[in-house]
Design a protein around this ligand. Structure first.
Ligand code: 3SK
Length: 526
């Protein structure tokens, strides 16, 4: 019996490795245009460079990289030789990177120069398995001064990679060989690496991308969510490369005006964001200066999209935001709306190729309109969490993945998110979904962002409390708090109306835009 061979880089790139590859555009990056030819050559050079450094199959490569062609070449160069790229959040503190170095036992670190300058001292006396550090060209093409370290060999990406050959045969990996890891921070902090296989990308291409997005080679994709996040990795790389399309990469921090400028300048056909970003983009006063007419539609995930944001966006731009829900463990989206047929407030229907079920506390499926725990089944679900036996046993139940999200579905098969299982509030014996209350808060004219949690009152009973930030031109006052409460009373059942409205400067979120409600429960934000 022959062993099946699949290296996902062959699936993505070999069909474009031909005489046309000089003309087909893969990446728009600042003022550079990268053709498929240039990208494939760069991927091969990185693969050869890693091999020359002694990297073998399944060795981990920790990547701390902004969105750039070098992220793409490092990621797919490593995958091509059977090594395991592990991209992580670029906005962390040095100590947090130490955790990733220890947990992955990475042999090579590929890092942005400015991040390395902060990290190199912290690593100095620590035991890691690092053999080499590769410093990326950086946002300003090596304008940063690099601190040199004696204790570990370090090289510039540009010098090292430019010497390598552009000829590289892909490692003959199996569909079920590990391809890459992605850390999931969840909403409660502790990061766990979900192990993804070569076939997982192919599954997402054949399900969500083929059935919902229907990407063609004429598409140009722009994701504000970064490549280190499962959502951004698909949106900003393999969705396009699997279809001969192109991506726009923005290395800078996500700011609403910068995002509008990028859409105006590069004219994407599909834009990917998260609800808080759409909300912030809607607050930009000079929005009329930006032309968004190149967009076929927009996509949202990470948190449910409040109907108020969907409606305001549609009114302003005449285009839909296609809301869906996915997870790092499932690699991408498994419940989604359909472009042209979106239902505001719903996460949509099950993406063909996946199965979902909603169960009660005894594991029995619940009827429509009943809230329960959402499980999903599909071939892109991660094999397990690295070194987290208990979380693996708890969440990966046979072929099913326990998402940790509470959902209900209606009779027409539309799914509705009500909150993370650990964010649900029980007050006076009744369950309250923070998502439902937040959606109403967001429709109030003064409120910019909102987070709703359950906190104990003076006798220890749980009460609903809303934390809100205000739009420009509004300031906190008792009168405004009362006005907000009156507004909520008209729209919600009485037990769902927050007993208290607290004004804060910021709503804490994960790097991927999910509200960290636990920080309010722990009193970290008051
Ligand atoms: O959170 C989500 O909805 C999501 C979507 C796609 C890929 C990854 C994630 C976490």
């Amino acid at each position: 019996q022959h062993r099946k061979i699949l290296n996902i880089t062959d699936e993505l790139f070999s069909r474009y490795d031909n005489s046309e590859s000089d003309k087909r555009i893969a990446i728009y990056y600042r003022n550079e245009i990268w053709t498929y030819r240039r990208l494939i050559d760069e991927i091969n050079r990185v693969g050869n460079t890693l091999k020359d450094l002694g990297i073998e199959k399944e060795n981990r490569i920790l990547m701390i990289s902004y969105d750039s062609p070098y992220f793409i070449s490092t990621f797919y160069g490593a995958v091509k030789i059977g090594a395991i790229p592990v991209p992580v959040n670029t906005y962390l503190k040095p100590e947090e990177y130490l955790f990733f170095l220890e947990d992955t036992e990475a042999k090579v670190l590929v890092v942005e120069p400015e991040i390395w300058n902060k990290l190199s001292q912290s690593i100095k006396n620590k035991t890691t398995k690092l053999k080499h550090v590769i410093i990326l060209p950086g946002m300003y093409n090596m304008m940063e001064k690099i601190e040199s370290t004696q204790y570990i060999p370090q090289s510039s990406y540009t010098e090292l990679v430019s010497k390598a050959s552009v000829k590289l045969e892909a490692e003959k990996t199996s569909p079920n060989d590990m391809a890459f890891w992605l850390y999931t921070s969840g909403t409660t902090g502790h990061p766990k690496a979900a192990l993804h296989l070569h076939k997982d990308i192919l599954v997402v291409l054949n399900t969500f991308v083929k059935n919902i997005l229907k990407i063609t080679e004429r598409d140009r994709l722009f994701s504000a969510s970064k490549l280190f996040f499962a959502y951004g990795l698909g949106n900003g790389s393999y969705f396009a490369f699997g279809n001969g399309a192109s991506v726009i990469l923005m290395p800078e921090r996500v700011e609403p005006k910068r995002v509008l400028e990028t859409i105006h300048k590069y004219k994407p056909t599909i834009f990917f964001g998260v609800p808080t970003l759409y909300n912030a983009m809607l607050q930009v006063e000079e929005w009329k200066n930006y032309d968004l007419s190149s967009l076929r539609f927009c996509v949202s995930a990470g948190e449910p999209l409040p109907p108020a944001i969907f409606n305001r966006w549609k009114e302003r731009y005449g285009i839909e935001i296609v809301d869906g829900i996915g997870s790092t463990e499932a690699l991408h989206i498994y419940i989604s709306n359909i472009p042209g047929n979106c239902k505001a407030g719903s996460s949509g229907k099950v993406v063909p190729g996946y199965e979902v079920k909603i169960v009660d506390e005894n594991g029995n499926e619940v009827p429509p309109k009943t809230v329960g725990d959402l499980y999903v089944k599909g071939d892109s679900i991660a094999m397990f969490y690295w070194r987290d036996y208990e979380a693996t046993r708890r969440n990966m139940v046979g072929f099913w993945f326990r998402t940790g999200d509470k959902f209900f579905r209606d009779e027409d098969g539309y799914y509705y998110y009500v909150g993370r299982s650990d964010d649900m509030i029980k007050t006076s014996g009744l369950w309250v979904s923070p998502i439902e209350v937040e959606a109403v808060l967001l429709s109030h004219p003064a409120i910019l962002e909102a987070a709703v949690v359950g906190l104990p009152d003076e006798v220890g009973l749980i009460k609903v409390v809303a934390f809100v930030t205000l739009k420009q031109g509004y300031s906190p006052s008792e009168e405004l708090a009362n006005n907000i409460k009156d507004y909520l009373k008209e729209k919600l059942d009485h037990y769902k109306v927050p007993k208290e409205i607290r004004f804060v400067n910021e709503i804490p979120k994960t790097a991927t835009g999910k509200i960290q409600r636990y920080k309010f429960r722990l009193g970290e934000v008051k």
